[in-house]
Design a protein around this ligand. Sequence first.
Ligand code: FAD
Ligand code: SF4
Length: 355
Amino acid sequence: MASDTVLIIGGGPAGLEAARLVGDLGAKAVVIEKRDHLGGTPIAENYAALTHGFRDAEEAMDEMMRGVTHHPNVEARLGWEVAASEGNAGDFKVTVAKSGNGASEVLNAGAVIIATGFQHFDPGRETQMYGYYEYDDVITLADAEHMLKHHKFVKPSNGQAPERVCFIQCVGSRDRQIGNEYCSKVCCGISSKQAIEIRQQVPGAKVFIFYIDMRMYGYWENEIYWPAQEKYHVQYVKGIITEIIRKGDRLLVRGEDTTMGRPMEVPMDIVVLAVGMEPSRGTKDVAQIFGLKQNKYKFIEVPHDALDPTATSVPGIFVAGAAAGPKDLDDSIGMAGAAAAKAVALVRRLAKVTA
Ligand SMILES: Cc1cc2nc3c(=O)[nH]c(=O)nc-3n(C[C@H](O)[C@H](O)[C@H](O)COP(=O)(O)OP(=O)(O)OC[C@H]3O[C@@H](n4cnc5c(N)ncnc54)[C@H](O)[C@@H]3O)c2cc1C
Ligand code: SF4
């Protein structure tokens, strides 16, 4: 018997949007989230403000979460993960397990949407000598979000306000040696957004962005990139940074200014590594459980790409958000809407056939 339930795995921005829309379309949605809270990476990693408009991340995500937790057609289960799956489109039998207490249950679903997201690149794997685990004042974009959220953008080593801050772009992305040749799409925009926030919170600090080339698409250009330069006087330097060493109580950033074609050595108080996106552990696990093809970077493969961006290699299973590759919120949420509509259309069609 075909089931009209759509099972959504992952309660981040993409999963929340998919669940709300499935519910709004009058079908039943069940969201499984392995953490003990909804909201995905923006909540788990304490992001400060989200684009567009620098809206408080917690407030924006709370609104998304309420759209699901107060929805009569949506059930959200926290602390649950998928353990096994069998069956086909219209009639999947998915075993879900509650973390910690060993309880498990079999859910019947007509379609599944994978929204298991991404994780930040671990800068310990970087082949350049950036010293993330060595120097307290070398941090990541995620660490910076946390500090900006609490209005405490200070040198971790001594708690003092920084005078000089820089960002290093493409850490863990566009790097053939590591095997991540892809561009993570969002880190140029997020670095520029954070540069503005640093200038707002610590107006005395000089802020630099060292980049290979800046990749700003859509609104990031007008809303963030140009204001960062023109209003907040952030300095963009085309260059390659190869090494960070400690000098006194500062960091010495070494590399090459590629516009001027000469070596550079600049002292900084805080260095922010613009770490890229990799598939989350959950994305890799779920791909195995459902037998989904993954691309060479282990994101879930979308066979038809531009023409059917939410399809996977298994009929009845759709994908949304960063589980399919680096994405900003607009793209994750747009993709979730399409996945929800396709999943509901499928379960309705199959219900008619078997009625
Ligand atoms: C530092 C930083 C700042 C950012 N700021 C912005 C911004 O300002 N604007 C913007 O547009 N984008 C921003 N982004 C990008 C944004 O975070 C992503 O677009 C968005 O989080 C993708 O949503 P998602 O739901 O696909 O994935 P995620 O947010 O990663 O959510 C996935 C969810 O799935 C859950 N999950 C994983 N595996 C399982 C499993 N096996 N079972 C059950 N649940 C599982 C996870 O616990 C998580 O809750 C930022 C990214 C970074 C790195
Ligand atoms: S978005 Fe920018 S920082 Fe991120 S990988 Fe692409 S070019 Fe590099």
